[in-house]
Design a protein around this ligand. Structure first.
Ligand SMILES: [Zn+2]
Ligand SMILES: [Zn+2]
Length: 860
């Protein structure tokens, strides 16, 4: 039938029509200037890497952000909802090697493809603010920030270990090392080499990064905990054990601190390093129980010991090899502990006692000072080691309170007092720590210190597809900054990256050879590029002023938009990206560019999209392509399913049946709305009558649904239950079809029902609702219509009739509010006239209230 055909829901017709309309009107999703007077709302989804294909994880992430953005537009906010591309990185170089396509071309093609996918999904982005990090107009500001940070001492170079493939003759990123071998040469072991690398001094902000986590109460607790652990602050004491000179050995009980060179940090000179071993301990109160000092195999002293002792060198090399293997296996914590005695001794500065120096494979050079004091009686790991090698175990802390298991060593609690500790016996652990720290400071063999697990951020990459580091090496002047007016240092467009060995840029003479800005003589450009995490550390500031040719952004505009009101992305970014961008924000604040301390007020981390219980991956063959879903069911159904199938913070197991189900639901909405649209349209301008009967029932459901969804958008974000509530509302309307057909619902009531239904669905199904909005004869875009308000009077349920029994027999019925508490129901029953007359002179022994159902009185 012709009529049936007209009423068929056809996303393949509706969606492209609106996509064209929206594309022709970019102002629809554009942020307005601050002067618009509306409250601002900045909603941001993490920008994707342009691989060329959106995956379902993207679709979910963007559907959440887009629903929120649309809701806020309808609430009357000035919304900034931008999108961009994290466009530097290795895959572009790999693709270039594989397909012989220049990285830039490959990347820009991918961006175009993904942008088409986003537009097809109907995502409402302000494309005027688009940011592409691999373009010079963006990365020149990475270089500019690098120079500002260099001037502030926040950038430095130091020698550091890197992964080196001897076959590639180049540095590998950690993710290119697979089971200890090169990703391209599967049987070639990767070496560790020392290279001079660039670092950002993020540790200068360690304390603030930690403290400010307390302010981020709009962030998931798990992310804050992960960051706290990553920063890893621990309070403790640095203590210098003295190296017993070979000649001293056998004497050494005199207090050594008086006649030794003094240790002042920093600036401990090399001579001092040869006579002292600095250890860091969180338990200086146990120092009298130290029975050995343990050094990392890489410790500077070890090299000295082994120089004259080939046998020891052999043993240390073995330890190094074990550590390397464990590091490659990714589980240093589980290393089987081995050690060797060096034959040398260290002197405990508090009591002059000589204890042996060992080298152990589980001590890491890059953690703390690369040396520890071993206290087997009060440390799990030391206990294991001492037991294995027969080292003495000296108990120096005894519990004060009875503690389960305290009779067994090691005793780890700090709830104890010192024993076997000379003049400090009897002190509590806490008091002893304080006292011993004071002594160390006074006698200059140590001090109270705070250490962080957080390391400075190594940003050097020996890669082509990244931001060139804007520094110049001059033989006369050393390191020279590229002057601001020479920025950007442009990445050469076409280079042969199939060549091997070192930084690709080092093989481009036109790039490398330059003039020194200071002396004008010949000089060489730095050929390292920056870690791509630099790009994503501040991209969201650029969105506020994306086309500014003179500055990274205008501070006033940034101040209007920042902090981000809602940031949405995967929990896999909890550490690196989210710490680096917090660091960058603090640096920009200290450069006077912004006023906020933190980039984002609220953070939401959505769950993964999986299939058949496993992560989608090509190798498993369980990848669901968004394009395919959109082609089969439309963008609205695909997006809405991504929101409906699971709470947004949980993993979502993709079921195509579910998408089909959502599509059937939208088809029902379509049929219902088109069927009653003529009636609704005729109700425009008519005076509404007080609803009763089925009208009242449906309007009550409507206003309850409005209240629920509005509340969810304010923070609970149970979009799955929002969609479910809309489905219930539609079911109720459908169930009343006979009454609707009989004209029991007035035209104005029908208008309110359908209009509100479309508004409620608009954040979830933008295409369908745009079409129905027009169908209802409404002017303008649904996105510009105000979000419906719930009328609490209408939403309230009627009073309930509650039967009241006395000793199991029905006596009367009382009227109570639908949401009355059991106490209020009991009071209403006891106040009833019939109940009072039947209980007068008797005792009410018990009142049983079944809320919403029944009251029973037991009367004696
Ligand atoms: Zn290789
Ligand atoms: Zn020079």
């Amino acid at each position: 039938m012709a009529e049936e055909k007209e009423q068929r829901y056809d996303p393949a017709a509706i969606e492209p029509k609106w996509q064209r309309r929206w594309a022709a009107e970019p102002a629809l999703y554009a942020a307005e200037p601050a002067s618009c007077g509306k409250p601002k709302y900045y909603v941001l989804e993490m920008l994707p890497y342009p691989s060329g294909q959106l995956h379902m994880g993207h679709v979910r992430n963007y559907s959440i952000g887009d629903a929120l953005a649309r809701h806020m537009w309808m609430r009357g906010y000035n919304v900034l909802h931008p999108m961009g591309w994290d466009a530097f990185g290795l895959p572009a170089e790999n693709a270039a090697l594989k397909n012989n396509t220049p990285p830039r071309e490959w990347t820009l093609n991918n961006i175009a493809a993904m942008k088409r996918q986003m537009e097809r999904l109907g995502l409402g982005y302000d494309w005027a603010t688009e940011v592409t990090t691999c373009l010079p107009e963006y990365y020149r500001w990475n270089q500019w920030f690098f120079l500002r940070m260099y001037e502030k001492g926040l950038v430095y170079r130091k020698k550091s270990k890197v992964n080196w493939c001897p076959k590639c003759a180049t540095v590998l990123a950690n993710e290119q090392v697979v089971d200890g071998c090169c990703w391209r040469h599967e049987t070639t072991k990767v070496d560790q080499r020392d290279l001079v690398q660039w670092f950002f001094r993020i540790t200068a902000y360690a304390q603030e990064l930690l403290d400010d986590l307390d302010k981020l109460d709009g962030w998931p607790e798990k992310v804050r905990t992960m960051q706290r652990n990553w920063i890893g602050r621990s309070e403790g004491t640095d203590v210098d054990f003295f190296l017993a000179e070979k000649a001293d050995e056998g004497i050494g009980n005199s207090h050594p601190s008086e006649h030794r060179p003094l240790a002042g940090d920093p600036g401990r000179d090399q001579e001092l390093e040869k006579t002292r071993i600095r250890v860091f301990t969180t338990r200086v109160d146990t120092i009298f129980g130290a029975t050995s000092v343990q050094l990392a195999p890489q410790h500077a002293l070890v090299a000295e010991f082994t120089a004259a002792d080939p046998k020891l060198k052999e043993q240390v090399d073995e330890l190094l090899e074990q550590q390397k293997k464990a590091r490659e296996a990714g589980d240093l914590g589980a290393i089987e502990k081995h050690g060797v005695p060096t034959g040398r001794f260290a002197i405990n500065p508090y009591n002059g006692e000589r204890i042996p120096i060992w080298v152990a494979n589980y001590i890491l050079a890059d953690y703390g000072t690369g040396a520890i004091m071993s206290v087997p009686a009060h440390d799990e790991r030391d206990f294991e080691f001492a037991t294995k090698y027969g080292l003495p175990i000296v108990e120096v802390i005894q519990p004060v309170h009875k503690i389960e298991g305290a009779e067994r060593l090691p005793f780890l609690s700090e709830d104890g007092v010192l024993v076997n500790s000379g003049e400090y016996d009897g002190l509590s652990c806490e008091a002893a720590q304080k006292k011993l720290q004071e002594i160390a400071a006074a006698k200059k063999f140590g001090e109270a210190t705070i250490t962080f697990r957080l390391k400075d951020w190594g940003v050097s990459r020996q890669r082509y597809w990244g931001t060139p580091i804007p520094m110049i090496h001059c033989e006369r002047d050393g390191l020279v900054q590229v002057p601001d007016e020479q920025l950007p240092v442009v990445l050469p467009a076409q280079i042969d990256i199939t060549q091997q060995g070192g930084s690709p840029l080092s093989r481009v003479p036109e790039f490398v050879n330059t003039k020194c800005p200071k002396c004008g003589g010949p000089a060489r450009r730095e050929t390292d590029t920056m870690d791509t995490f630099v790009d994503s550390s501040w991209y969201f500031y650029r969105y506020t002023d994306a086309k500014n040719p003179n500055k990274p952004f205008d501070p006033k505009t940034a101040q209007y938009w920042f902090p981000i009101d809602q940031y949405i992305g995967g929990v896999e970014h909890a550490i690196l990206h989210l710490i680096y961008s917090r660091f960058w924000t603090k640096v920009m604040r200290d450069l006077g560019m912004i006023a906020n301390d933190e980039p984002a007020r609220r953070l939401f981390t959505q769950g993964m999209v999986i299939k058949d219980g496993a992560k989608m991956s090509k190798s498993k063959g369980n990848v669901v392509s968004p394009d395919e879903m959109v082609a089969r069911y439309g963008a609205d159904s695909t997006r809405m399913y991504a929101l409906f199938a699971a709470p947004p913070d949980r993993d979502l197991d993709w079921q195509e049946d579910g998408v089909a189900g959502v599509s059937r639901f939208l088809a029902r909405v379509w049929r219902l709305a088109t069927k009653y649209a003529p009636l609704a349209r005729s109700g425009r301008g008519q005076k509404a009558i007080v609803p009763a009967g089925v009208s009242l029932k449906l309007l009550r459901k409507l206003h309850q649904t409005i209240a629920k969804i509005t509340l969810d958008f304010e923070g609970r974000w149970h979009f799955n239950t929002c969609v479910a509530a809309i489905m219930e509302l539609v079911n109720d309307i459908q169930a009343a079809d006979a009454q609707l057909a009989a004209g029991e619902v007035s035209a104005p009531a029908m208008l309110e029902l359908l209009r509100s239904l479309v508004l409620l669905l608009a954040p979830f199904a933008p295409y369908l609702t745009a079409e129905l909005w027009e169908e209802l004869g409404e002017e303008g875009y649904v996105l510009r219509a105000p979000w419906p308000k719930s009328d609490p009077e209408l939403a309230r349920e009627d009073d309930l009739e509650i039967p009241v029994q006395i000793n199991g027999k029905l006596v009367t019925v009382v009227l109570v509010a639908a949401d009355a508490t059991p106490k209020a129901i009991e009071a209403a029953a006891l106040a009833d006239e019939k109940v009072q007359s039947r209980t007068s002179g008797k005792t009410v022994a018990k009142v049983i209230v079944v809320p919403g159902k029944l009251v029973n009185l037991v009367v004696k």
